[in-house]
Design a binder for this molecule. Sequence first.
Ligand code: NI
Length: 395
Amino acid sequence: MLSDIKAIADKIAPRLLEIRRHIHSHPELSGQEYQTAAYAAGVVSSCGFHVQEMVGKTGVVAELPGSGDTSKVLAIRTDMDALPIVEKAELPFTSKNLGMMHACGHDVHTAVGLGAAMILAELDCQFPGTTRFLFQPAEETAQGAKWMIEDGVMQDVEAILGLHVFPSIRAGHIGLRQGALTAAADDLEILIYGESGHGARPHEAVDAIWIATQVVTTLQQSISRTLNPLHPVVLTIGQISGGRAPNVIADQVRLTGTVRSLHPDVHQQIPDWIDKIVAGVCQAHGARYDINYQPRVPSVMNDPVLTHLVADCAQAALGEDYIEWIAEPSLGAEDFALYTEKIPGTMFRLGVGFPDKTNYPLHHPQFEVDERSLLAGVVTMAYSAYQFWQKLSGH
Ligand code: NI
């Protein structure tokens, strides 16, 4: 069967390139993936999938029904949105939509999803259950998975597979990790209320700017003294605003930030810990405060059994030297976590790095993809789906 999958992959390779380049040159922002979704729906419709559009706002669900009597579903998720970045990469298929760019490789993800769908549709075999492709919108804003789940895409889903491109892994290689792959990401907003006054008479006022700087400093120092150093936490205050004039003491400051963590215990501790610090500092200096702490996405937890299934498939398809076990998780975030929170899933990293030129990071205006990665992606995904159904039916 693997040789059939590889043969179909080779046959569709030119079409795959065309698909990826088309999507790359027509990027759309999160929640506005109308053209991309219609394009993806067109491709899967033409290979016989049951297609539903406008799921999770601008998402697409494409199903290949199984022949068995099981209602079990294997989901394969790819995201479709681009970023508000002006593309600086010099490509013949560079972005036609000024100020939008596929700088996170979601064009490759969509192409891999479509390629794997094309292969499974053409394979001359019947699966016992339904293979459901999820073309998800709005991953960059961490909204799309939630929208899709609210629209019922997880019904009967037994397991889910996903991928993300990675420029520091060579094209043709696959990166795998069981357990945590990405971090839990939470949003933080702190409002500090002091009392305004003349800049020359600070003793008659409560200086919200000075207190805010104490809050930021104390939070950063306290991480190393209060939280378990073996369970990493990153807190970044990315915005600070307040004040009206150079000689007027500010009565209000707003801080916003992001908090990343990997360990569930420490994740639970964080809101209380922040509250204690902010309360203590504000009380000491006579200020009031408000905190809005919003958990956004949990950590992507890769199921060990599924991760090894994908590893075995990638190894069989690509060769032993093309598998890389990822030593450390990333403190980045990925809304694929909302699926793996509910059912077993695994996300692998698809290497897209060039062997012989600069590999710019994800979200960089010069980010580029070595397109030799496409075949490794579709073959790994299609063969993993095939093997999932083989294992389920006891072969
Ligand atoms: Ni991404």
